[in-house]
Design a protein around this ligand. Structure first.
Ligand code: WT7
Length: 651
């Protein structure tokens, strides 16, 4: 992304408007603006009404208990997430409807109807039980995008175990930390995964990661077969295929869960080096996920819905698994890269399955732009009727390209602002009701109260900017940070009491539309993935050659932001290209490829204020080649000159 100021300049000159096309509005789930008024008048009543779209074992009579920063929703009700996503459809008219259409990267595919999915989930639930997993236990899942991933998640949900999915791109070390923090008993992984025809060595990473953790059993899905040569540890490793075949074919009864029981943990980056285990509830989370599919995504029974995210992120949890399946929708799930075997893979999938709703990230759209429209044009994609964007602010150019070349000027675009912590889309248009403006996520969805505050906690007038805030609790909000409630309270409710602070800057325009400007903390957004600058800095200083490191995000044409690291070396160590590559590899080993610094700049000293704080803004200005602002607070002004020199050498 650009800097917040640059983005604001661009946005303030953006005057294009797109009203919902009449043909779309006429068929939309929501075509009467009354829903906004009704939800604003009594948000709790609105959510209680929406919650009735789920099947409850024991219906709730309580709606909300708000004891800031702790909220409980529907807290005397009981339900099960696997029942709501699978069994209720499986035992009804959707029995033989496709639930998951899976497309493997090498070209293999699999269709699971709701009934087939239900039988797999039942078997997997039996398997987990037989491995000793009890209600409330944590199960870490480290899988590629194969059907076993949602099956494993739903099996956990069925028996009341808490899943913690770790994205397959994370390193062994990152997986190790997350297993330890969650205190997981079982790890579910695969022998490997396919990525651009190469094998991702998941099992080898997993073997390393489980050392010194409480993991007793490693359940291994076979995906790449002979291509992955990973050793087998008898007694600990269990073959998924064999265990599933041996499991009873009988239905597994759903565990009756309280609405507030934890459904899953999902780790995300914050401003310290330690990732946060975001805790989501069963009832509130599912209500949020289910509702937004019907409101923002206008889901219908005959839709074919394709979200390109990986299930290892919250987007995949909510918008591949829990949201669409709770609605009984047909979901397309793709295993691999968008340019494998060629750059038209997504469009080939859209054509093959007749996709109607397509959800992706701005970084992908910018990549498609770079590749050129001919790849889209190779395919018949006129089944599409609605497009979505998520992950970072979308620049108006990318929005327009998406609109013209993928949406054929016809499909509404829903730009959805939300976070791992919010569970579901929070600021986004309802596509049949809201006129969109390229680059704005528009307005809060019904039932959500978002605003922009100044430093004093006052709502800013239209036409100004400040902190994005959520002023009331909502059902799918995180309940806490796993085993760190104090950090939860401080991080999200520490600035304005009782008000949720997401950590984004925002601008409110004359029509009260919200324009997200980007993070205001030490978190950077690389291709829609959140990475804490501190995490990368810790990984760097962990290397014996490094004395100090400062990491910033600089704007990048395709990725939004790219990681630039400024590094000072210990006495007597030479700054060589080999060392630079070694440091990059070191970060990949510590965190994962997604955190690999785009560039590393060796410098003699980091620019610091007199009080010793690293001047990140200055570093960012230098990395982006901008004229420097005020450096009068700098302890040693000569540092800047040498820095500029150094950086010039790198270009
Ligand atoms: C951060 C959350 C939940 C989606 C995947 C990322 C940025 C997300 C948008 C958007 C502007 C966006 C924010 C947010 N972000 N969507 N539509 N417009 N910014 O989830 O890793 O929890 O990151 O992503 O900065 O705080 P996440």
């Amino acid at each position: 992304m650009m800097t917040q100021a640059d983005r604001l300049d661009t946005l303030l000159t953006e005057e294009r408007r797109f009203a919902p096309p009449e043909s779309f509005r006429n068929q939309a789930n929501y075509r009467d603006p009354e829903v906004y008024e009704r939800a604003a008048r009594d948000p709790e009543a609105y959510w209680a009404e929406e919650a009735k779209n789920l099947d409850w074992f024991r219906p709730f009579t309580k709606i909300l208990d708000w004891n800031p920063p702790h909220a409980r929703w529907f807290y005397d009700g009981t339900l099960n997430a696997a029942y709501n996503t699978v069994d209720r459809h499986r035992f009804g008219p959707r029995k033989n409807k496709a639930a998951i259409i899976w497309e493997g990267e090498p070209g293999d595919s699999r269709v699971l109807t709701y009934d087939m999915l239900g039988r797999e989930v039942d078997r997997a639930a039996h398997v987990l039980k037989s491995l000793g997993v009890q209600k409330g236990d944590r199960v870490t899942i480290y899988l590629p995008m194969v059907p076993e991933l949602p099956i494993a998640m739903l099996a956990c949900a069925k028996i009341g175990a808490i899943h913690s999915v770790v994205f397959g791109g994370f390193s062994a070390r990152a997986l190790h930390e997350r297993i330890l923090d969650a205190d997981a008993k079982v790890l579910i992984t695969a022998d490997g995964g396919w990525r651009r025809g190469n094998v991702v060595p998941l099992k080898r990473n997993a073997d390393e990661a489980v050392q010194g953790t409480p993991v007793e059993k490693v359940l291994v899905v076979e995906r790449v077969g002979a291509a992955a040569a990973a050793p087998w540890t008898p007694g600990r490793d269990v073959s998924w295929r064999e265990a599933m075949a041996a499991a009873p074919a009988t239905p597994f009864p759903c565990e009756e869960m309280n609405a507030e029981d934890i459904l899953f943990l999902l780790y995300t980056s914050g401003t310290t080096g330690k990732p946060k285990g975001i805790v989501h509830s069963t009832g509130g989370y599912l209500v949020g996920a289910n509702t937004s599919l019907r409101t923002v995504f206008d889901i219908k029974d005959d839709d074919v819905y394709f979200c390109t995210a990986d299930i290892g992120w919250i987007t995949g949890h909510t918008y591949i698994v829990y949201g669409p399946l709770s609605c009984g929708a047909t979901v397309v799930m793709y295993e691999g890269a968008p340019d494998w075997p060629d750059r038209d893979r997504y469009w080939q999938i859209v054509e093959k399955y007749g996709v109607t709703i397509f959800y992706t990230a701005p970084t992908s759209i910018r990549t498609f732009m770079k590749w050129g429209p001919e790849y889209v044009q190779r395919h018949r994609i006129d089944t599409l009727r609605l497009l979505g964007s998520v992950g970072e602010p979308i620049n108006p150019e990318a929005w327009m390209w998406y609109h013209e070349h993928v949406g054929q000027g016809r499909c509404p675009i829903v730009d959805t602002w939300w976070q791992t912590e919010t569970g579901c889309a929070m600021i986004a248009p309802l596509p049949g009701l809201v006129t969109t403006k390229p680059g704005s996520a528009t307005r809060p969805v019904p039932g959500i109260s978002a605003d922009v505050f100044d430093e004093e906690g006052q709502s800013v007038p239209a036409g100004s900017g400040g902190y994005l805030v959520i002023t009331r609790p909502w059902p799918s909000m995180l309940r806490t940070i796993w085993r760190d409630d104090e950090r939860f309270a401080r991080t999200y409710f520490g600035k304005f009491p009782g008000i949720y602070l997401p950590g984004d800057g925002a601008h409110k325009d004359e029509d009260n539309y919200i324009w997200i400007l980007g993070r205001i903390d030490d978190v950077i957004n690389v291709s829609g993935h959140r990475i804490g600058t501190m995490e990368v800095e810790s990984a760097l200083v962990d290397h014996h050659a490094v004395a100090e490191a400062a990491v910033i995000g600089r704007s990048h044409e395709v990725k939004g932001q790219a990681i630039t690291a400024f590094v000072t070396l210990k006495e007597g160590i030479a700054a060589t290209d080999e060392l630079m590559n070694e440091l990059k590899r070191h970060v990949v080993e510590k965190i994962g490829a997604l955190a690999r610094p785009e560039e590393i700049i060796f410098i003699a000293d980091l620019p610091k204020t007199r009080s010793g704080k690293i001047m990140r803004r200055l570093l960012r200005d230098i990395a982006e080649g901008r004229v420097l602002g005020d450096t009068s607070t700098l302890a040693d002004p000569s540092v800047v000159e040498s820095l500029k020199e150094m950086y010039k050498d790198k270009e």
